[in-house]
Design a protein. Structure first.
Length: 108
């Protein structure tokens, strides 16, 4: 099967990859801006930051699971690639916060 355009190889769109990279960059910037500060302008403690990060990861996983279930049942107009990207982002976010020895024990 020949590529349909110069920007598509093996069914993977370069524009799609660039869009995902841009989305991940925007998410990273948003995460940087979410660092909590108290009234004096000092950053919040480690426990608060960790809690906020875990809450964000939980929200990402919940949304990815909802999208997956909605796609499976045909209740949404989402495309398969969007669902797969959301599931991958939720998996990566969990993997990035867990230490390596915990990743192999719980994620694999």
């Amino acid at each position: 099967m020949a590529p349909t355009s110069q920007k598509e190889t093996n069914g993977i769109s370069v524009q799609g990859i660039e869009a995902v990279v841009a989305q991940l960059t925007a998410t990273a910037r948003a995460a940087d801006s979410m660092i909590s500060h108290d009234a004096a302008g000092k950053s919040a403690g480690f426990a608060q930051q960790l809690g906020a990060a875990l809450d964000k990861i939980s929200d990402t996983q919940i949304q990815a699971n909802r999208d997956s279930q909605a796609y499976s049942s045909g209740e949404t107009d989402l495309q398969l690639n969007d669902v797969m990207i959301d599931l991958q982002k939720s998996s990566l976010s969990l993997q990035m916060i867990l230490p390596r020895h915990l990743r192999t024990a719980f994620v694999s």
